[in-house]
Design a protein around this ligand. Structure first.
Ligand SMILES: Nc1ncnc2c1ncn2[C@@H]1O[C@H](COP(=O)(O)OP(=O)(O)OP(=O)(O)O)[C@@H](O)[C@H]1O
Ligand SMILES: [Mg+2]
Length: 299
């Protein structure tokens, strides 16, 4: 089971749209679980919930605070389930802050989740215990950067320092997911090109991966969200330029290559009854004294 967290400490950069559309294209070929870890539940309602399949699905609060086996809700997209955000007052964040393992609840909870090939977690555009949980639970953290000066500054000031602040967890065996940036909502202006150039330099100096795939600023992403459909189905082809479908396929393919290097043994588990890429058999039982992180375990 490969875990991807969409994160950025800046609000409005495209985390939820990216998380939903990437989940949907992955669900064409695999079982995918989305977790909405933002108190503003945008991912929860991004695609319709399949009411017919619903019993009493697990929400975020139960996922993180109870030991019950999670029962996600089904969306109307085949192979795509969701754990809804159900903490509108934001009390969960406070509860986590006061728990001894408050930064590791998501990591532990995902050890209980079976039957998915991918888990994608959406986060809020700020720092906090929930975002830290999502980063520590992930194999890879995907951070969209629009080429705008405020977004670029906040990536360097906020997102990078969030990851630096979590480094001490590595010595306990819990490595933050590998930070991977992508240019998002780009346009062809000179200003955008200048900012992209500067950010590329900063990222390469700091050894942070930047995807080749670029997601442009296009109205089809907003239209698809309005209709609650995946953008790769909303725009399958385009007369001129790269279609949204092609952009998402490029993103999927590039990420798949990277995930193969982060979790190289995942292929061994192909066709397992737990899910095509399930690695959870390698992780320690919930509540273990000093759990080995699957990522360090595989190195
Ligand atoms: N590629 C794109 N092109 C144009 N508009 C986009 C694109 N992706 C997302 N948007 C729009 O940008 C806005 C912000 O996107 P989104 O809600 O995904 O950001 P966010 O980072 O999750 O925000 P928040 O921090 O508030 O959760 C939305 O109106 C969305 O429809
Ligand atoms: Mg969002």
């Amino acid at each position: 089971m490969l875990k991807i967290t969409c994160c950025a400490t800046k609000g409005g950069v495209g985390k939820t749209t990216l998380c939903a559309n990437l989940s949907a294209i992955l669900a064409d070929q695999a079982r995918v679980l989305m977790i909405d870890a933002d108190p503003q539940p945008s991912l929860t309602g991004f695609f319709p919930i399949d009411a017919g399949k619903q019993g009493r699905p697990t929400g975020l609060v139960n996922l993180l605070l109870s030991d019950d086996l999670p029962a996600p809700a089904a969306t109307t997209i085949p192979n795509l389930d969701v754990i809804a955000s159900d903490d509108p007052a934001g009390e969960l964040e406070n509860r986590l802050l006061h728990m001894p393992d408050g930064r590791l609840r998501m990591f532990r909870a995902l050890e209980q989740v079976k039957g998915y090939d991918y888990v994608l977690i959406d986060t809020r555009g700020a720092r906090g215990a929930l975002v830290e949980n999502a980063v520590l639970a992930a194999d890879l953290c995907l951070s969209p950067i629009p080429p705008e000066i405020l977004a670029a500054q906040e990536f360097i000031r906020g997102t990078l320092s969030l990851f630096e602040s979590l480094q001490p967890f590595s010595s306990l065996g819990f490595e933050p997911g590998q930070l991977t940036a992508l240019f998002y909502r780009t346009d062809n202006t000179n200003d955008a090109k200048t900012i992209m150039h500067s950010i590329s330099d900063v990222l390469s100096q700091r050894g942070i991966r930047l995807l080749k795939t670029i997601v442009p600023n296009r109205v089809v992403y907003r239209e698809a969200a309005t209709r609650q459909v995946p953008v790769h189905l909303h725009e399958r082809q385009r007369r001129q330029g790269i279609s949204a479908s092609q952009t998402l396929l490029d993103l999927q393919s590039e990420l798949s290559g990277i995930l193969d290097t982060i979790c190289p043994l995942s292929r061994v588990f192909d066709n397992s009854s737990l899910g095509a890429n399930d690695l959870s058999a390698r992780s320690t039982p919930r509540g273990g004294a000093r759990a080995l992180h699957p990522k360090s375990d595989l190195k």
